[in-house]
Design a protein around this ligand. Structure first.
Ligand SMILES: Nc1nc2c(ncn2[C@@H]2O[C@H](COP(=O)(O)OP(=O)(O)O)[C@@H](O)[C@H]2O)c(=O)[nH]1
Ligand SMILES: [Mg+2]
Length: 346
């Protein structure tokens, strides 16, 4: 939207963005909440703030937590937050809610589970609607996580419901992705169907207190071992080697297995750091950067085409597609030509 913003409005937004960023960095919670809204809505203020904050981000460990509804993700995240607080770390939680942004029952439930941390100033819990993001859900999530990162949260949990493709994509942009399974309901099959195991770095079989939990973990381990044998086939066909996650057992309600899970997360993050320090390319962070760039590009293109100079020509292109005089691909190419100043439509 920045394209159509006037100069005074732009400098006003820059000032507000700077102010919010500074106060959030000083630890103020309300400016941080405001900042997240501005960033999520992709306002000029949000953009101004992100421009300041982005260079300060990059240090946090982003942990995606995904899995079927009811598998215990929120309970597990609350337990992980408690564990991380024991060693004094500040923790942020981004809960991506697929239902309505305000009345979502899932989030109401999550609030209850996060209640233990309600009075803790070093824990910040934020929910985000999964629909209606101009640049895409992945881009909005990355932007919000970058804010947490830059204002001093070294650990950020991103909880998504592992049902749709968008949610799977969001899981894939985290540094480490935890897929949560519950022993009932033949969940291991569900995870395969949803493509979840492909993005998993760690699989947690939660509800270890329930019958069948150990067996579910054993089945998953066996299945992933078979997968390992397929790696050679993948390598020979030139496809990237799929992830081969470890399987852990936990009981989020009692906290059993939670310290081990946090330790496993910390080990993975330490290994990732060591690898990048050695000059290895971090593929996940490239995917994350691409999601951001593509999200912003799409938005910038739309904004430019809506500017007075190109508005009429863009309308002609839209009309031509509607009348089936032009296919939408050709129209998109012409629109890009317009942006490059190479041609006019009419
Ligand atoms: N028995 C048992 N129930 C659990 C455990 N963890 C979570 N639950 C319950 O499972 C239900 C769903 O948990 P929730 O964290 O909201 O799942 P989410 O939808 O994946 O976020 C709640 O009633 C929890 O109390 C556990 O370790 N054992
Ligand atoms: Mg939940």
């Amino acid at each position: 939207m920045t394209g159509g913003v006037s100069e005074p409005a732009r400098s006003q937004a820059a000032k507000r963005g700077r102010d919010l960023a500074e106060r959030a960095r000083a630890g103020e919670r309300r400016p941080l909440a405001r900042l997240l809204t501005e960033v999520e809505d992709r306002t000029p203020t949000g953009e101004a703030a992100l421009r300041i904050l982005y260079p300060l981000a990059g240090a946090a460990h982003l942990v995606g937590v995904t899995g079927a509804p009811g598998s215990g993700k929120s309970t597990l995240v609350a337990a992980l937050v408690g564990e991380a607080r024991r060693d004094g770390r500040r923790v942020a939680v981004l809960a991506i809610d697929p239902s309505s942004p305000i009345t979502g029952g899932a989030i109401l439930g999550d609030r209850v589970r996060m209640q233990a941390h309600a009075g803790d100033r070093d824990v910040f819990i934020r929910s985000m609607a999964s629909r209606g993001h101009a640049g895409g859900l992945a881009a909005a999530t990355v932007a919000a996580a970058a804010v947490f990162d830059a204002v001093g949260f070294p650990l950020v949990f991103i909880e998504t419901v592992g049902t749709g493709q968008a949610e799977v994509e969001v899981a894939a942009i985290a540094d480490t992705t935890v897929v949560v399974q519950a022993p009932e309901m033949g969940d291991e099959v569900q995870a395969i169907k949803a493509g979840l195991l492909e993005v998993a770095d760690l699989v947690v079989v939660n509800k270890g207190d329930r019958p069948g939990a150990h067996r579910a973990a054993a089945q998953l381990r066996a299945m992933l071992t078979v997968g390992r044998q397929n790696d050679r086939v993948a390598a020979e066909s030139g496809r990237p080697r799929p992830k081969r996650p470890d399987v852990l057992l936990a009981t989020a309600l009692s906290g059993e297995g939670v310290p081990e899970l946090l330790a496993a997360l910390d080990r993975r993050e330490a290994a990732r750091r060591a690898a990048t320090d050695d000059g290895e390319v971090d593929a996940t962070r490239l995917i994350r950067a691409r999601a951001q760039l593509h999200g912003i590009l799409g938005e910038r293109v739309r904004a430019r085409l809506a500017e007075p100079a190109l508005e009429a020509d863009t309308a002609l292109l839209v009309r031509a597609v509607a009348d089936h005089e032009l296919d939408p691909y050709a129209a998109a190419d012409r629109a890009l030509d317009l942006l490059a100043g190479r041609s006019r439509v009419g």
